[in-house]
Design a protein around this ligand. Structure first.
Ligand code: ATP
Length: 213
């Protein structure tokens, strides 16, 4: 059975850097589905600017009509701090034996040792790391070691077992970030072509990042 991708993040707002990365990973790893999972209460960063319902609405709008993409509200529906280990456990309970891939940008991967029970993540899923402009793969330290020990021989190996590999995947480099988008919205600039039109419309309608664009 084809693997399932799990792409967590703040998505404040979701942008083409997220969407293109998810689409390329889906195709390169032959994922059956990619679940986009907006965080509710992130443990390692300040609270998102837009509330969960609105970030979920933007994710839903972004993936509408895109086969295999799922806007997944399980972290928003769960009380308390959103830990990825709990999210992976919930996927694993639903899909025993299925190959699961936690999809991360390189910047997120570099912060992994700060995550709760991070060394157990690979018991529940593979970790697939997408290149991101400005961030290099670690060669030393705990993560360098993890990469050496767990690296998948190739992308196809991800489908051969349920969990345990780490795979670094080059993707088209798009230097878009939600932080830059929010800053540019506050400066009155139009996010056209950085986010899907449907997301742009929600941003304009709700004035969630800036008044009257
Ligand atoms: P912020 O600027 O608010 O930190 P962000 O743009 O980094 O937001 P997040 O929602 O924090 O977006 O990221 C979710 C996931 O998407 C992370 O794993 C992150 O590394 C990845 N990601 C975000 N932007 C890109 C991009 N342009 N290319 C590849 N991966 C990305």
């Amino acid at each position: 059975m084809r693997p399932i991708g799990i792409f967590g993040g703040t998505f404040d707002p979701i942008h083409y850097g997220h969407l293109r990365t998810a689409l390329e990973l889906k195709s390169l790893l032959d994922l059956a589905k990619v679940h986009i999972v907006p965080v509710a209460n992130p443990p390692h960063r300040t609270a998102p600017m837009s509330d969960g319902a609105l970030r979920l609405r933007m994710v839903e709008a972004a993936v509408r009509g895109e086969p295999g993409f799922v806007a997944d509200d399980r972290e928003l529906a769960r009380p308390g701090v959103s830990y990825t280990i709990d999210t992976l456990a919930s996927f694993r309970a639903e899909l025993p034996g299925r190959s699961l891939c936690l999809l991360l940008g390189m910047d997120a991967f570099l912060g992994l040792p700060q995550w709760r029970r991070w060394q157990e993540l690979t018991t529940l899923a593979h970790i697939v790391v997408a290149h991101r402009p400005g961030w290099d793969a670690p060669t030393t330290g705990t993560l360098g070691e993890l990469l050496r020990e767990r690296r998948a021989p190739n992308a196809a190996a991800i489908a051969t077992k349920a969990a345990g590999f780490v795979h670094v995947q080059p993707v088209t480099q798009l230097e878009i970030s939600s932080t830059d988008l929010r800053d540019s919205l506050r400066a009155g600039r139009d996010p056209k072509f950085l986010v899907p039109d449907s997301v742009r419309e929600i941003i304009i309608e709700t004035e969630c990042y800036a008044e009257s664009l």
